[in-house]
Ligand binder design. Structure first.
Ligand SMILES: [Zn+2]
Length: 177
């Protein structure tokens, strides 16, 4: 469909306009995420455990969505993780040096039950799979900030795959196969 066809209907009436916008905003992390980001600045991943269902959430939001109770207990997590799901992206990220195709994955860090989204690299895209073991590749320490992009990406580990039913159930001490 051409640009003209997409903006007018058959009667020549305008049915849409292109209006690129740029939003500049400040993100207020909140108490739980602020504590998480303070640890990320030190190169440490943390989660919070629900006192009721024992699930460990990362990044923590300060409450368990399933139980509706506050999560106070901080849990230190590994920077090793398991691929829960992934997608191969063919569209470039604006102003990002990563060239497509690249992998975006839902990764469950050891010790947590919930995944976060991050990049994978140093991998053969076609060989990435659910259950694959990966580890964070951190930026140089002097570049660390209050941000998850302190981790450049996750790279594959030479460890046995985690069976799908065990993803998100690995203790922080690690995966023994
Ligand atoms: Zn809970």
């Amino acid at each position: 469909m051409s640009e003209r066809e997409s903006m007018y209907n058959e009667q020549g009436q305008v049915v849409g306009i292109k209006a690129p916008i740029y939003l500049k905003y400040n993100f207020t992390a909140g108490a739980a995420a602020a504590r998480f980001l303070q640890q990320v600045k030190k190169g440490v991943l943390t989660g919070q455990r629900c006192p009721k269902c024992q699930q460990v959430y990362t990044p923590p939001r300060g409450a368990c969505a399933a139980c509706g109770v506050a999560t106070e207990e901080e849990v230190r997590l590994s920077d090793k993780a398991t691929v829960q799901s992934f997608t191969i992206v063919s569209i470039p990220i604006p102003n990002n040096p990563i060239k497509p195709p690249y992998i975006i994955a839902n990764l469950v860090p050891d010790g947590a039950n919930i995944s976060f989204i991050h990049l994978m690299s140093e991998c053969v895209n076609e060989e990435v799979h659910i259950g694959q073991r990966v580890q964070a590749v951190w930026k140089p320490q002097e570049e660390w900030d209050y941000a998850m992009d302190n981790i450049r990406y996750f790279k594959p580990l030479d460890e046995p795959d985690v069976p799908p039913e065990k993803i998100g159930k690995i203790p922080v001490t690690g995966w023994e196969g």
